[in-house]
Design a protein around this ligand. Structure first.
Ligand SMILES: Cc1cc2nc3c(=O)[nH]c(=O)nc-3n(C[C@H](O)[C@H](O)[C@H](O)COP(=O)(O)OP(=O)(O)OC[C@H]3O[C@@H](n4cnc5c(N)ncnc54)[C@H](O)[C@@H]3O)c2cc1C
Length: 414
C-alpha cells in the first residue's frame, strides 16, 4: 500500500459529517429514493442496491475494528443531512472520517503481509495488451522502482488538487484518471464534479475548510448581507450551490453568511468541536457571530469506470473510492454516501481479487515473474510506459491539464 503523502493526509481523514447506513429494512425504499433523487436519477441502480444492502455489515465490521460511533442510551445515534428524508447517518463528533481511518490503519499495521510506504508516488502502471502487472513508483528519494502484483487497486482519491479552490488535499490530483486517459482505460462522467455549498470563506491560499452539511441538518441557517434567510438550507448540494451563487451575484459579494446560533437544542461546541475550533482560529466564534461561507470544489462523482466488482476495463486493474465511478452517485452525491460507497466497493474488490487469484488447486500463479529483475530501460521495451521519467514534475502538470481539458470537452459537448 502506498501513499503520495503521509498516512494521515488523505481526504478520508477529513470527512466530518458521517456515514450512512440502512438503519432498518423499512428504510430501504426511502434510502434508495433519496440517493437516486440527489443523483438526478442517473445512478446505476444495481450499485445503489449493493451499497445499501451491504451497509450494515460494513458498519458492523467497523465497530469490530473499534470505530466509536455516537450513541444515545446505549443505542447508535443517527443524524440527518441535506436531502435525506430521515435520520440514517452515523457519526463520531465532527471527525467521523478520522475516527474510521485511524482505526482501519491501526488494523492494517498489524497485518504482517502488508507493507505501507509513505511519500511514495505511483507514476505509471506496468501494462501491456490491456492487462496490468504492477506499477512504476517514485520513492521519497526520487528514485524509480517497479512493483509487481497479481492485481493492482487504485484508491487514489479525488481531483481537488487540479482546482484553485477545493476542500481536498492539494496532492489529490486524479493521477489514476490521467493514466486512464493515456492508457485508454474507460472513464465515466468525469465532468460530474460536486461543489460543496458551504466552506469557510478565506482570502488565504490552500484547502478550503468545510462547514459540514450536518450543521445545516441540525438547524443552522444561511443569510444574505442584511441577515435575511434567502433559501432552504436542506436543498440538495448542487441546487443549494446555485442558490448561493445567485445570491452572491445579486449582492456582488464574495460569500454569504451562516448563522449557527439557531442550533439551540444542543451544545454546538460539543456536537461540532472541530468546526468550532477551526472557526475560532480563523477569528470567528460560531456561538456568538455569523461566519462567511462560499461554495468550493469538494467531490467528484465520475471517475475510472468500474463494474460491480470494482474492476476497471483493464484486466487485473481495480479502482475504489472517489477515483472510480461505479455509478452509485449518479450526477450528484447524496451527503455521507461516499465513505460508505468507498468501503462497500473496496471490500468487494478485495473479495474479487482473492477469488480470481486462486486457481483450481488453490495456488496463486504469478504472470509477471519473468520481468521482476529488469532495468527501467528493459521494462520500457515490455510495457507501455507513458510516464515522462526524465521530467516527472512536467509530467504531473500535463496530467492535471489533461484531466481539466477532458472535463471541459465533456461539459461543452453537453
Ligand atoms: C472536507 C471533507 C469532508 C467530507 N465529509 C464527508 C462525510 O462526512 N461523509 C462522507 O461520506 N464523505 C465525506 N467526504 C468525502 C470522503 O471523505 C471522500 O470521498 C473519501 O474519503 C475518499 O476516500 P478515498 O479513499 O477514495 O480517497 P482519499 O482518502 O483521499 O485517499 C487517497 C489516497 O491516495 C493517495 N494517492 C493519490 N494519488 C497517488 C499516487 N499517484 N501515488 C500514490 N498515492 C496516491 C493519497 O496520498 C491518499 O492517501 C468529505 C470530503 C472532504 C474533503
Amino acid at each position: 500500500m502506498i501513499t503520495k503523502s503521509s498516512l494521515e493526509e488523505s481526504d478520508s481523514f477529513l470527512a466530518q459529517g458521517g456515514i450512512c447506513v440502512l438503519k432498518n429494512d423499512q428504510d430501504y425504499d426511502s434510502f434508495f429514493e433519496d440517493t437516486l433523487r440527489a443523483g438526478h436519477y442517473e445512478n446505476r441502480r444495481e450499485s445503489v442496491d449493493i451499497m445499501i444492502r451491504e451497509s450494515r455489515s460494513v458498519i458492523d465490521e467497523l465497530i469490530a475494528y473499534g470505530v466509536d460511533f455516537e450513541k444515545e442510551n446505549g443505542q447508535l445515534r443517527y443524524t440527518k443531512e441535506a436531502a435525506h428524508s430521515t435520520n440514517r447517518i452515523l457519526y463520531h463528533e465532527d471527525v467521523t472520517g478520522k475516527e474510521i481511518t485511524t482505526k482501519l490503519l491501526a488494523a492494517v499495521k498489524k497485518c504482517e503481509n502488508v507493507t505501507l510506504l509513505e511519500r511514495t508516488t505511483m507514476i505509471d502502471i506496468l501494462c501491456r495488451n490491456n492487462s496490468c502487472d504492477g506499477i512504476l513508483l517514485q520513492n521519497p528519494d526520487g528514485t524509480l522502482k517497479a512493483v509487481f502484483g497479481n492485481h493492482v487497486i487504485w484508491a487514489s482519491g479525488g481531483i481537488g488538487g487540479i482546482y484553485a479552490n477545493s476542500t481536498n488535499y492539494p496532492h489529490l490530483t486524479g493521477d489514476a484518471l490521467a493514466l486512464s486517459l493515456r492508457h485508454d482505460i474507460e472513464l465515466e462522467h468525469i465532468n460530474y464534479v460536486q461543489i460543496h455549498p458551504t466552506t469557510l470563506y478565506s482570502e488565504k491560499k490552500g484547502r478550503r475548510f468545510l462547514i459540514s452539511e450536518s450543521v445545516r441538518g441540525e438547524g443552522a441557517v444561511l443569510l444574505d448581507k442584511n441577515g435575511k434567510r434567502f433559501t432552504n438550507e436542506l436543498l440538495p448540494r448542487d441546487v443549494l450551490t446555485g442558490e448561493i451563487r445567485k445570491q452572491m451575484a445579486k449582492e456582488g459579494s464574495k460569500h454569504v453568511w451562516m448563522n449557527m446560533m439557531t442550533i439551540t437544542d444542543m451544545d454546538i461546541t460539543k456536537r461540532f468541536p472541530n468546526i468550532y475550533r477551526h472557526c475560532l482560529e480563523e477569528g470567528y466564534d460560531v456561538t456568538k457571530e455569523w461566519i462567511p461561507v462560499v461554495p468550493a470544489q469538494h467531490y467528484f462523482m465520475g471517475g475510472v469506470h468500474v463494474d460491480r466488482y470494482s474492476h476497471t476495463s483493464m484486466r487485473h486493474l481495480y479502482a475504489a473510492g472517489e477515483t472510480c465511478c461505479n455509478g452509485v452517485h449518479g450526477r450528484n452525491r447524496l451527503a455521507s454516501n461516499s465513505l460508505l460507497e468507498s468501503l462497500v466497493f473496496a471490500r468487494n474488490a478485495a473479495y474479487r481479487m482473492t477469488e480470481m487469484d486462486t486457481d483450481h488447486d488453490g495456488k496463486r500463479p504469478c504472470r509477471y515473474l519473468p520481468y521482476v529483475d529488469m532495468t527501467l530501460e528493459e521494462l520500457k521495451d515490455v510495457y507501455d510506459i507513458v510516464a515522462q521519467t526524465e521530467d516527472l514534475e512536467a509530467f504531473a502538470e500535463t496530467n492535471k491539464q489533461l484531466i481539466l481539458d477532458e472535463i471541459h470537452r465533456l461539459d461543452s459537448a453537453n
